[in-house]
Structure formats: structure tokens, C-alpha cells
Design a protein around this ligand. Structure first.
Ligand code: HEM
Length: 455
């Protein structure tokens, strides 16, 4: 980009004489806003609101610098900070030195080797869910995948059943995502301080889920006192709390970590599974080929983490789903020192947006980018820059649950496909709801075909 293209030190981008108009455009249609402005101004553009500047950086090299090489020049974005009303100071939103300490404590539990221990639970839960679908019946996929991922999170992270708590978790997550979107604009922030029915509803949902998490911790403490230690993460956190001066955690910190893990650990994977089943439903030849591969490798046997390695198409379908519908569709950071981009400098306090949605559909690296084509992953592409694809982020804040999510998604999909093929009940296209995460905006309804018809 030329220096002439920049405006008062700001790179080219949408401007308006009407105060708040640009930010309103962003808030009301964020994905279209990104796409339209990237088409008009290129992959790097900026806009401002009040005294604050926002830089969209859809360039892999800039993303590498923000997340890896110069990660210390940034804090997490403002929206996550604002959402700390619910998320508290858990791993997703905390900063160093707290973040470093907590991450070190939890990292071993998320190591791929350790995560393998949860394969059997992930398969058992997936089987229980899929066995509930009668051939010919219509499945509300997002609702079912949320149930699946909440149950897996409950059993693996907390060593507890969460099936009965879905009526607390579901509405609380919906309210959290709506509140998060509201917090992104100044009017919304004021509204969140007024005793409006929507604000009171959100506060009620937040209190209910925080109470649920506190009850889970109390139940776990009771079990530990009764000598029933588990292999779950909560046991690790409670034991660390007790055993080590260095890692002593307050009850509040423990609650924040558990709530963050519960939220981050099910919401994104549930969306990934829903998007994958939607795409497979829309591409029956790919779904049939995948089912053939699954049946060939597994027969009627339960899926295992080793067997995933023998199903390349399964891995390709997951990679391609994460490309087209990344559940983390855009990340944000706040500059804490000036960030020199050559043609312009991002000043302290400005926000940089790192949009997976744009990078993952950028024609420079993805031929026929809009198309669902798992085959593109069959051969490793050495030309593509590392940060042309980053569904799990990168650097030291990279998703701690990436292996967990991968394994869960692969085992769940394999188990579901063993049950049969799912086909759409209508031609209604998928719409997405972008908030902290990307989730389906409309119901994804699929019909389970009888096994004979599934092949
Ligand atoms: C498809 C599923 C998932 C996707 C796409 C995803 C994506 C991401 C991304 C992009 C980040 C980085 C955010 C940033 O740097 O601003 C992140 C962080 C995080 N994720 Fe995930 N995630 C998934 C599943 C999970 C699961 C299953 C867990 C836990 C069981 C989890 C827990 C976390 C936590 C705790 C962080 C914060 C890590 C840190 O800052 O140290 N995620 N995730």
C-alpha cells in the first residue's frame, strides 16, 4: 500500500461524516463489512471511532508478527476484556504473569498424549447421542452437537455428568454471545448498565451459570475428600491449589478457569461439528465416500484415536470445514506499544483485527475459495504461508484445546457416520451468527437415512 493511500496516518478504509456510522455498519453485518471493505481497499484497511483506531490485518506476515514474533507488543482485544464480567480472569482473557502461570499448570493436561485417554468417553457420548436418532427422523444438529460437546466437556474436564445442566448452559451461552456483541458498541455498553429487561435476563443467565460452575467445584471437592480422585482437569486444578504454594489459586480464579474451559471447550467444537455435518449433507458424494472409509476402517467397532490416522478423508473434511466456517472467525488484540507496519504505524491503544474469515477465503492461497473441497488437503501445500490458515490461532496464546477439539470432532463424526448418512430436509442455506465465536444462525435440520439407503 502506498503512503498516498493512507489518511492522516491511517491506511485507506471506510470513512463517514456521520459519527458512529462505520462502527454501526461493522456491528450490524460484521462479515459483509469485512468482505466488502477488503474487496475495496485490500487486505489491510482501517477505520476509526471516537479516538480509537481499528486496523484489519488480513496479511499472513502481519498476523505472524502480532501472534508470534511481537506478541509481547499486544494485549487481548477490548471485547474479551469487557466480557470479563462473565469470563473473569480465566485463561482466554488473562494477561501475564497470571496467564503464563495458569497456562503452564494446565498445558500438560491438554497434551495430545494425555488427550488420548478421553477418546473412549468421546466415542461413548457420541454413540449415546447418535443412537437416539431413529432412521428417517429429523435431527436438530446444532442442538444435538451442543448436547454432545457439553457432555464430553463435563465428563473429561470435570469428571461429572452435565446432561441435566443443559437447560442452564444453553440459554447462558446464548445470552453471553448476545451481550458480547452489545458490548462492542458504546450505546450497547450504556444499555448493559441500565436495568432493561434484556440486561436483567443476561444477568440472571450469567448468575445461573456461575452458580452451576461453583456447584460443580463443590461437588468435586466433596468427591476428592471422599477419596474419589479422577483424571479430569478439575482434579488437577484442585490438587495444584492444595499442594503447591507456587500455584495457589483463589476460589474465584478456579471458578473463572472452569467457566472459561466449559464455555471455550464446548461452544466452538459444537459449531465445528454442526458446520461439518451441514457441509456433508450438502455434498452427498463426499459424505458417501467418507462413510465408506469409516466403515472400511472401523466396521462396527468403536472409533479410536489411532483409527483417525487411517481415515485421511475424515481429517480433510475437518480441515476444510475449519477453513470455510472457522468457529473462531476473527481475533483481536490491543497494541500496548507502537506497531510498525512499514507504511503506517499502529498507535498504542489501537485495535488490530486478525480475521480468519478473510484469510481462509483469500483467493491468493485458496483456488475456488468458496467451494467445499476436502481434496485440497490431500497434498501438503508448501507455498501457502503459515498464517493463511489459523483456525486455532497461533503463538503462545494458541488454543490450548486444539488436540482435544480435533480428536473430539473426528471421533464424533466417525461415530455418527457409522450410524448412517444425514441429508438436508430443505434447501435453506446456512446463515452464520458472528459473535465471540461463529455459530449457525438458523437451525440445521438433517434427516438420518436408513442404513440400507446410506450404503
Ligand atoms: C473447533 C474447536 C476450537 C476452536 C476453533 C478454537 C479456537 C481457539 C482460538 C482461535 C484461540 C485463540 C484466541 C486468541 O488468541 O485470541 C483459542 C484459545 C483458547 N481455547 Fe480454543 N478452540 C477450540 C476448542 C477448544 C477446546 C475444546 C478447549 C478446551 C477444552 C479450548 C480452550 C481454549 C482456551 C482455554 C483458550 C485460551 C488459551 C490461552 O490464551 O492460553 N478451545 N481457541
Amino acid at each position: 500500500m502506498s503512503k498516498e493511500a493512507s489518511y492522516g496516518g491511517l491506511p485507506a478504509g471506510p470513512r463517514s461524516r456521520v459519527p458512529g456510522r462505520v462502527i454501526w455498519q461493522y456491528r450490524s453485518r460484521p462479515i459483509e463489512f469485512l468482505e466488502e471493505n477488503a474487496a475495496r481497499y485490500g487486505p489491510v484497511f482501517a477505520f476509526s471511532m471516537s479516538a480509537r483506531r481499528f486496523y484489519v490485518l488480513a496479511e499472513p506476515e502481519l498476523i505472524r508478527r502480532v501472534l508470534v514474533a511481537e506478541a509481547d507488543s499486544f494485549h487481548k482485544g477490548p471485547a474479551l476484556k469487557l466480557a470479563s464480567d462473565t469470563l473473569g480472569n480465566g485463561l482466554l482473557s488473562s494477561e501475564d504473569p497470571l496467564h503464563r502461570r495458569q497456562r503452564a499448570l494446565m498445558q500438560p493436561w491438554f497434551h495430545a498424549q494425555w488427550v488420548r485417554r478421553y477418546a473412549a468417553t468421546m466415542v461413548a457420548v457420541s454413540k449415546r447421542i447418535a443412537d437416539g436418532w431413529q432412521p428417517g427422523s429429523v435431527v436438530d444438529v446444532h442442538q444435538q452437537m451442543t448436547r454432545l460437546t457439553v457432555m464430553v466437556a463435563g465428563q473429561t474436564l470435570f469428571g461429572l455428568e452435565l446432561d441435566q445442566s443443559l437447560d442452564v448452559i444453553g440459554p447462558a451461552m446464548d445470552a453471553l454471545l448476545k451481550a458480547f456483541n452489545r458490548l462492542l458498541n458504546p450505546v450497547g455498553r450504556v444499555m448493559m448498565r441500565l436495568p432493561l429487561p434484556s440486561t436483567l435476563y443476561y444477568a440472571r443467565q450469567r448468575d445461573r451459570i456461575l452458580q452451576l460452575v461453583e456447584n460443580l467445584i463443590a461437588e468435586k471437592r466433596r468427591r476428592l475428600a471422599a477419596g474419589q480422585a479422577g483424571e479430569d482437569l478439575l482434579t488437577t486444578l484442585l490438587t495444584a491449589n492444595k499442594d503447591s504454594q507456587q500455584t495457589e489459586m483463589t476460589d474465584r480464579q478456579l471458578r473463572d478457569e472452569c467457566y472459561t474451559l466449559l464455555a471455550a471447550g464446548h461452544e466452538t467444537t459444537s459449531s465445528l461439528l454442526t458446520f461439518a455435518l451441514y457441509l456433508l449433507g450438502r455434498h452427498q458424494p463426499i459424505a458417501e465416500a467418507l462413510r465408506r472409509q469409516v466403515v472400511q476402517v472401523l466396521g462396527d467397532a468403536a472409533a479410536t484415536s489411532e483409527a483417525i490416522g487411517e481415515m485421511p478423508l475424515l481429517q480433510q473434511v475437518i480441515s476444510e470445514t475449519l477453513r470455510l466456517y472457522p468457529p473462531a472467525w476473527m481475533m483481536a488484540r490491543t497494541a500496548i506499544v507502537p506497531f510498525d507496519c512499514g507504511d503506517f504505524v499502529v498507535p498504542v491503544g489501537s485495535i488490530v483485527f486478525l480475521p480468519q474469515w478473510l484469510l481462509h477465503r483469500d483467493r491468493r492461497w485458496w483456488p475456488h475459495a468458496e467451494q467445499f473441497d476436502p481434496g485440497r488437503w490431500a497434498v501438503a501445500n508448501t507455498e501457502r504461508p503459515r498464517f493463511a490458515y489459523f483456525p486455532f490461532g497461533g503463538g503462545r496464546r494458541q488454543c490450548i484445546g486444539d488436540s482435544f477439539a480435533w480428536q473430539e470432532a473426528a471421533l464424533a463424526l466417525a461415530t455418527i457416520l457409522q450410524r448412517g448418512l444425514l441429508t438436508p430436509v430443505s434447501n435453506e442455506p446456512l446463515r452464520v451468527y458472528p459473535s465471540i465465536t461463529l455459530r449457525p444462525a438458523n437451525k440445521v435440520l438433517l434427516r438420518l437415512l436408513p442404513v440400507q439407503a446410506s450404503g
